[in-house]
Design a protein around this ligand. Structure first.
Ligand SMILES: Cc1cc2nc3c(=O)[nH]c(=O)nc-3n(C[C@H](O)[C@H](O)[C@H](O)COP(=O)(O)OP(=O)(O)OC[C@H]3O[C@@H](n4cnc5c(N)ncnc54)[C@H](O)[C@@H]3O)c2cc1C
Length: 246
């Protein structure tokens, strides 16, 4: 791959993605669908070729492309018969960490995400009683020493079973105690590895087009305080800031 955004034309991006997608024919996608599987080989190939680290700045091992260029990559995957829904989370979840994570967090996670050692392709925001109105979320993260203790429930959390890390939005200040209802929520990086032995329950939701999505139940899940992204209470703003790498 070339290494600065200016090196690419949209046509070159499309041709590169198309060439990779050609290796995964219709029979491949039909088999994944029939097995209700995850397109592991496809996502692995995209990662190795550097396409999924498009939005990670170059200094952290990504290719530092713009949101428009990342969209071209996703568009071309779908146009070529692939399924960007299996992996687009790896791109858009990055925005919260890239824009609001500390230098230490970025150095810890981004290079390993760019190289494919870690996947961050899951984001837990929606809840059964708080869909569009995110300010009504009821999942809480209560500070306890050097940790936060998470309790509550999420729904429609996609790709958890194929992710090492997850972005979590939880209330750190009760709705009744904040001036603006959009305040008092915080965003965390949750390490999913081993989390199911530490208070996280994952219940898959069967749905159309084989989209891997889940209900999550948090029962006193410990999250280290160092995994808080940005300032406590400003999480909704960070989530809404979107996936731009700028
Ligand atoms: C396949 C799938 C994958 C998903 N993946 C994720 C994920 O990875 N992470 C995650 O956090 N969430 C995920 N979601 C959740 C998705 O973002 C929510 O469905 C969305 O936030 C809407 O919430 P809701 O379904 O509760 O709808 P509701 O909030 O109940 O809304 C229902 C309808 O009413 C409309 N509506 C709501 N409020 C108003 C209003 N005030 N005025 C006018 N119209 C209104 C909405 O536009 C919508 O059409 C996923 C959902 C699906 C189906």
């Amino acid at each position: 791959m070339k290494h600065t955004p200016g090196d690419y034309t949209y046509s070159e991006l499309r041709e590169g993605v198309r060439a990779l997608c050609r290796q995964f024919d219709s029979a491949y996608w039909q088999k994944v669908d029939e097995e209700r599987g995850y397109p592991e080989a496809f996502v692995e190939a995209l990662t190795k070729a550097g396409w999924l680290s498009a939005l990670i700045p170059e200094e952290y091992g990504g290719s530092g492309l713009s949101l428009a260029e990342a969209s071209v990559i996703m568009e071309e995957i779908n146009h070529s018969g692939g399924n960007s829904g299996a992996c687009h989370g790896q791109m858009y979840n990055m925005g919260t960490l890239v824009r609001h994570g500390s230098e230490e967090q970025k150095r810890k996670y981004l290079p390993r995400i760019a190289s494919g050692k870690l996947r961050l392709q899951s984001m837990a925001v929606t809840e059964p009683t708080a869909g569009t109105d995110t300010t009504r979320i009821q999942t809480t993260a209560i500070p306890k020493g050097d940790r936060y203790v998470v309790n509550g429930q999420k729904v429609w959390t996609s790709r958890v079973q194929h992710s090492d890390l997850m972005i979590l939005l939880a209330r750190t200040t009760p709705l009744a105690d904040v001036k603006k209802k959009s305040e008092g929520m915080s965003v965390f990086i949750v390490d999913l590895r081993g989390a199911q032995e530490r208070g996280l329950t994952v219940k898959p939701i069967r749905n159309m087009v084989n989209h891997e999505t889940n209900e999550l139940f948090f029962d006193n899940l410990d999250v280290p305080a160092e995994n808080l992204i940005g300032e406590e209470g400003k999480g909704l703003k960070y989530i809404l800031d979107g996936p731009s790498a700028s």
